[in-house]
Design a protein around this ligand. Structure first.
Ligand code: ATP
Length: 199
């Protein structure tokens, strides 16, 4: 499973649509300071569901939309699509290639698509769970990340190993089931109260 293609339009410094094809292997991105290298990795984290403007080096989500320059008007929408190879079917979906798209408007409205069909962020999170690719995955190692991992608490570090071992999916499902159980128990208590009042 590897990154095949990235399309960016209206995201940060990329006003016009750009497309980058990646081959299996190592790709280096070089360019002068401020030319947009980090904006490429920001776009990858964003399309994978990053919700924190701060970790995208902004103060609000609107900051990811191209804000204009002296010679260019701002745009109203940012869109990023990432295409991942899924020949190994590591992602549990019967497609050899998966394209995830995220779009945001200045109004704050956000949309997600999986192979061009509208979906929820939850669907994308579930698909990427245990692949190491998600926003909490270990596939993007930013500056200072190694130090952060080494100095973090053992329980936090454990999450990285759990993702690699492929058990996050099951833990998440267990947590959801526990929440449902708790709310069902609450409902049952309420029913018992009502029955008690009626008797
Ligand atoms: P360095 O090598 O110094 O780390 P870099 O190549 O990684 O630089 P980035 O940090 O990716 O560069 O890009 C910074 C540029 O992106 C700045 O010129 C900044 O003005 C521009 N930029 C960021 N957000 C927006 C936005 N919303 N609209 C327009 N331009 C933006």
């Amino acid at each position: 499973m590897y990154l095949k293609r990235l399309e960016i339009q209206g995201f940060k410094s990329f006003a016009d649509k750009i497309e980058m094809q990646y081959e299996n292997g190592i790709t280096g991105v070089v360019g002068p300071n401020g030319s947009g290298k980090s904006n490429i990795s920001d776009s990858i984290r964003w399309v994978l569901g990053e919700q924190s403007p701060k970790s995208l080096r902004g103060s609000k989500m609107e900051d990811v939309i191209f804000a204009g320059t002296a010679s260019r008007r701002p745009v109203g929408m940012a869109e990023v699509s990432i295409t991942l190879d899924n020949a190994s079917r590591k992602m549990p979906i019967d497609y050899g290639e998966i394209t995830i798209t995220r779009r945001v408007y200045r109004s704050g409205e956000s949309e997600y698509y999986l192979n061009k069909s509208a979906c929820r962020l939850k669907d994308i999170r579930e698909l990427l769970m245990d692949t190491g690719i998600g926003k909490e995955g270990y596939s993007i190692i930013g500056q200072g990340k190694i130090d952060e991992i080494l100095s973090s608490k053992a329980e936090d570090r454990r999450l990285i190993f759990e993702e690699a071992a492929g058990i996050i999916k099951y833990k998440t499902r267990r947590d959801e089931a526990e929440k449902k159980l708790t709310s069902t128990k609450d409902n049952l208590l309420r029913v018992a109260d009502i029955l008690h009042e009626l008797e």
